[in-house]
Design a protein. Structure first.
Length: 375
């Protein structure tokens, strides 16, 4: 079986997913050179990686690019084409040019997150059009499947669930760099990582810290990522000195360092579909406290990855952090289960096997035969 993958962002998901599918099928992957050239080392050498000049959304070169891309894809004679996100405007024009080739599209977020300025740059109609043009649409959980059916008006037969694969490359990098937990600061270290927009729930985390004043000596909270400035929440902080705020893009080596040093990762979202941060934390064996939004409850509770609290409830969030900080044995057990989940249940290879089975079902190409031929 031969699969063409098209990927822009999210980069970490695309790399993990491609590596997994590459274990079971012949994969050609077309990606923007500007995003992936420095990350090629993390993509399996068995994948035919095509770093291409991929225009930005407002470029006048996009019509010519789409036609050229369609021609290049057709020359590959793939059994299926999988667009790993539905958030690239001009690729809506690609679908009609691939007529006769099964098209799969992954929808990561059925609804736009509140305050997510990155996603809001793409009109809602454009992302929905891409999904509606696909013969098969992939989401990351059962509740998201139901939401996609309602929002996109798609029949159940075209909607499929594949779990988000674990993101292993930062943990692999930590091992390559020989990183170990830093001695300073002492105490209990909480990490909130990723795009810092309204849906992230930073204000709830800050209010939770204020409620913990005196109850958890040595609490240290790192907030890292680009987006809204967490420093604007200082009036809500109980102890501003407890915070390490890194309001910027975080390089890979620093990401590896942050997760190595963390005792606990918090996902205090007010709204979410799923969380790539969870899939990084698990690869480091770090438990989470997460809110009951999107697929987080079903994922965290079913796999024993941490504690779930209601969204927008700083008191419950504070209580969960304190509960785990005071119970090192439970914290370690949750971390061990998280690592097993990342390395087994949702390992890229495991998700790749599920994906290959899906491709086989929509192309009528037998996955087992494709796998034996590829290997």
């Amino acid at each position: 079986m031969k699969i063409v993958l098209l990927a822009s962002e999210p980069v970490d998901y695309a790399i993990a997913y491609a590596n997994g599918v590459g274990e079971h099928a012949e994969v050609t992957m077309f990606v923007p050179q500007r995003l992936y050239a420095d990350l090629a080392q993390w993509i399996s050498p068995g994948i035919d990686l095509r770093l291409i000049d991929w225009p930005r959304t407002r470029s006048l070169r996009n019509p010519k690019f789409v036609v050229s891309l369609a021609m290049r894809i057709r020359r590959e004679r793939p059994d299926a084409v999988h667009l790993l996100s539905n958030t690239t405007l001009w690729l809506n024009a690609l679908a009609p040019l691939l007529k006769g080739i099964p098209l799969v599209v992954t929808v990561h977020d059925v609804d736009v997150h509140p305050g997510d300025r990155d996603t809001l740059r793409l009109p809602v109609w454009a992302s929905r059009m891409m999904a509606r043009q696909a013969g098969a649409v992939v989401v990351h959980g059962r509740s998201l499947r139901a939401a996609a059916a309602a929002r996109l008006g798609l029949p159940d037969a075209r909607l499929h669930v594949l779990p988000h694969p674990s993101i292993l490359r930062y943990a692999d990098l930590a091992r390559e760099l020989g990183l170990t937990r830093a001695e300073e600061p002492p105490g209990f270290r909480v990490l909130c990582f990723g795009r810092l927009y309204a849906y992230k729930g930073l204000a709830d985390l800050v209010r939770a810290e204020a409620l913990l004043a005196g109850a958890l000596p040595g609490l240290a909270i790192t907030i890292a990522g680009r987006g809204d400035d967490p420093a604007e929440l200082e009036p809500l902080m109980g102890d501003p000195a407890a915070y390490d705020i890194r309001h910027r893009f975080i390089p890979d080596a620093e990401v590896a360092e942050l997760f190595t040093d963390a005792d606990l990762v918090v996902l205090p979202y007010t709204e979410a579909s799923q969380s790539g941060v969870l899939h990084v934390a698990a690869a480091f064996g770090r438990p989470v406290v997460a809110t009951d939004v999107g697929e987080l409850r079903s994922t965290v509770e079913a796999n024993g990855l941490g504690v779930i609290v209601p969204p927008s409830d700083p008191a419950r969030l504070a209580g969960a952090i304190l509960e785990l900080a005071e119970d090192p044995a439970r914290l370690a057990a949750l971390g061990a289960r998280s690592l097993r989940w990342a390395e087994r249940t949702i390992a890229p290879d495991a998700v790749g096997a599920m994906a290959t089975s899906l491709y086989g079902s929509i192309t009528r190409v037998e996955p087992s035969l494709a796998e034996s031929t590829h290997r």
